[in-house]
Write a protein of this length. Sequence first.
Length: 144
Amino acid sequence: MSLISQLCVDEIFDPFLSMINKCPVLNTPTDWKETPDAHIFVSDLPGLKKEEVTVEVVDEGKVLQISGDRKNEEISEDNKNDKWHHVERCRGKFLRRFRLPGNAKSGEVKASMENGVLVVTVPKQEVKKPEKKVIEIEEIKGSE
């Protein structure tokens, strides 16, 4: 069995799994890369505006949290008689949490969003390496 058919076989038997895998709001695909200066998170949030997304550092600066809500279309006088035949775009709330490493400067996080792509930059601080200290071994007198 090919790798692609192995990956897709679960979707045939589990339509809920198929929906989650295809729904960017439920799945919220996010990449995390580390550069020499920062941890960078890139999330695909198509169709969302920056006002619909929240970026927070929680749990005493240890966790980056990205959340939001894609709302249903407003019903107005112009579209109240519309009949939907097929709906695939997911709506609803989403939440992603990432445990930040010890070298993250959680107080200096920056976020930007353009064309439905959220970029969160968490600067890194230099982690001091413990100093090496040589301990002198004393000679105990009288134990000869």
